[in-house]
Design a protein around this ligand. Structure first.
Ligand code: UDP
Length: 450
């Protein structure tokens, strides 16, 4: 339904239409970006476009006055369908939402001054260019990964083995195994093709926005600014709370549990919100964590109750938590992560070192930045392979050492994590790189785009 236009304040000078990819890890950063924009200027109206299903998930969440929701019908598979067949879900997102979005645009008043879209919804660029509306492409991953996909043809030499590759612009040398490769499973291959297809469209947008920090990947941003003629903005973490002080006081049992654990003693374990690891691997992780003797909080979708017994009394297992709140808790001393880009930014902004366990797409590359470039984490893998089964005794040994506060390397890594946290926070403070980029982008929105 079109938004209720009677509520549009008369002072509105810019109407921003924001359309995120339908998934939590995409909607949250996009919503936070729009919250930042309206908090900076009350004359901006945001129309935030989601499917009807997603409105029922997020419609009741608190949002500032100048943000309104508009919906398009459920033309893509439901969330349940996404879990069953992710490739089909992504293909639908990339093909079926265009027509209903155009029909919605026809009805919007005032007409949009700019459209911000998740780069995975590549067709939005086509729609916006056709209507002569400037479009800002919000790339939901790192800028370094954007460059990997942009220059993917350089990898077409079918290289194999443990080699490192040093010819991807803007990136230091990368192990071949850390690329999303075409010889992977069908699902990974198809996801790679779909991701590759988004790049030329993102390049046809008028602005490219990265939920990233210049200081984290300066070479990649510098190269992109040389290669593309559009403004490239690193707009900061786009993490709720950290930019908006919205910590809602909650009384979760896991936070109460954390309150009673010693400072920096708990390992937080999460493999992300979907596409997880095999059940054999989960079994090894559960037993490895228990054998390590370390305290841990483990987010496990699905049958988590089955794992509670295996994990013993030092482990707290639950199906979902407020991850940011957990990472900000002083009892947390480490983050076992699959290295999704959201989790990577959240860990960095909370100053927590990582144990990395990436699975696919950009995750191995994010793990590479964490371990090799930023030096705020260790890999869980012992071999140069991505999907190998890691055994419980290796996990136990690694976890024990990672959480050992007397270990010199661990102390150094925790120190670096705090330093990097400082760098990230300075970037969103007044005069910081992310803040400056955000202001510049805002200027374009308010004073007419090119
Ligand atoms: N998340 C959360 N609670 C959980 C697990 C995940 O709040 O129990 C959030 C997490 O903070 C992050 C997002 O879900 O913002 C996951 O995004 P990410 O890019 O890390 O991984 P994905 O799940 O998209 O692979």
């Amino acid at each position: 339904e079109p938004p209720n236009l009677n509520t549009v304040p008369p002072t509105i000078t810019s109407h921003v239409v924001a359309i995120p990819y339908p998934g939590r890890g995409h909607i949250n950063p996009m919503m936070n970006l729009t919250k930042i924009l309206v908090s900076k200027n009350p004359n901006i109206l945001i129309t935030f476009v989601v499917t009807e299903e997603w409105l029922s998930f997020i419609g009741s969440e608190p949002k500032p006055n100048n943000i309104q929701f508009a919906t398009i019908p459920n033309v893509i598979p439901s969330e349940e369908g996404r879990a069953n067949d992710f490739v089909n879900f992504l293909e639908s997102v990339m093909t079926k939402m265009e027509d209903p979005f155009e029909r919605l645009l026809d009805r919007l008043e005032p007409p949009p001054s700019v459209i911000i879209h998740d780069s995975y919804l590549a067709w939005v660029v086509r729609v916006a260019n056709k209507r002569n509306v400037p479009v800002a492409s919000f790339w939901p991953m790192s800028s370094s990964f954007f460059l990997v996909l942009k220059h993917y043809q350089l990898l077409e030499q079918n290289e194999v083995g443990d080699k490192r590759v040093d010819y991807i612009p803007g990136n230091s040398s990368i192990r071949l195994v850390d690329f999303p490769l075409k010889d992977a499973s069908f699902r990974s291959r198809r996801l790679l093709q779909l991701a590759l297809a988004t790049i030329p469209w993102a390049e046809k947008s008028q602005y490219l926005l990265f939920p990233s920090i210049y200081e984290l990947e300066p070479q990649a941003i510098d190269v992109l600014r040389q290669e593309l003629s559009i403004p490239i903005y690193t707009i900061g973490p786009t993490i709720p709370y950290l930019t908006h002080n919205q910590v809602v006081s909650t009384n979760h049992d896991y936070i109460n549990w954390l309150d009673n654990q010693p400072l920096g003693s708990v390992l937080y374990v999460s493999q992300g919100s979907f596409l997880s690891v095999s059940s054999e691997q989960i079994d090894e992780i559960a037993n490895g964590l228990r054998e390590s003797g370390v305290r841990f909080l483990w987010v496990m979708r699905g049958e988590s109750s089955n794992w509670k017994n295996i994990c013993g009394d030092k482990g707290f297992v639950l199906p979902w938590c407020d991850q940011l709140k957990v990472l900000m808790h002083s009892a947390i001393g480490g983050f076992w992560s699959h290295c999704g880009w959201n989790s990577t930014r959240e860990g960095l902004f909370c100053g927590v070192p990582f144990l990395t366990f990436p699975i696919m797409m950009d995750q191995p590359l994010n793990s590479k930045y964490i371990v090799e470039d930023w030096k705020v984490g260790w890999r869980v893998e012992k071999e140069v392979k991505v999907n190998v089964l890691i055994r419980r005794d290796e996990i136990a040994r690694l976890v024990r050492r990672f959480m050992d506060l007397d270990d010199y390397e661990v102390k150094e890594m925790r120190k670096r994590a705090r330093e990097l946290q400082q760098v990230c926070q300075s970037s969103i403070a007044s005069g910081g790189s992310s803040e400056n980029n955000m202001e510049e982008f805002l200027g374009h929105i308010l004073h007419g785009a090119k």
